[in-house]
Write a protein that binds this ligand. Structure first.
Ligand code: SF4
Ligand code: SF4
Length: 124
């Protein structure tokens, strides 16, 4: 009996302790948290010169790009099914062409939506 009463008291005390605290959750999607500057979301590319460093440093093989005969990048793809948002590509790109945006609502029922294709290695 004492054991049950103790358990009940502990439960009530836990509820009481949190009654006047600010909630840690938000009513998403109506309300959204302000993201930290270091947040790493959907990657984008603009101004790629096709040096290949991002592809080499990507730990999950999420990057693919193609160059034409003149050496210009005409196709650049991030595969979000593989990307782990580590930021290596952006960190090592010598041209600063890759940015990890604050976009995070990337779920889709169509896996083709998870191929981010940038024609010409630019973001337009
Ligand atoms: S995005 Fe940057 S690192 Fe990757 S191929 Fe283009 S210029 Fe090189
Ligand atoms: S963020 Fe990381 S995993 Fe994603 S494409 Fe860049 S290097 Fe690859």
């Amino acid at each position: 009996m004492i054991k049950e009463f103790k358990a009940l008291w502990e439960g009530l005390w836990t509820v009481f302790k949190h009654l006047f605290k600010r909630p840690v959750t938000l009513e998403y999607p109506e309300k959204r948290r302000v993201l930290n500057d270091a947040f790493r979301g959907k990657p984008s590319v603009d101004g790629c010169v096709g040096c290949g460093i991002c592809k080499r440093v990507c730990p999950s093989g999420a990057i693919e790009y193609r160059k034409n005969d003149e050496g210009k990048v005409y196709f650049y793809k991030f595969d979000l099914k593989k990307c782990i948002f580590c930021g290596n590509c952006a960190y090592y790109c010598p041209k600063g062409a890759i940015k990890l945006t604050k976009e995070y609502e990337l779920a889709s029922s169509d896996k083709n939506d998870l191929n981010l294709i940038y024609k010409g290695g630019t973001d337009d």
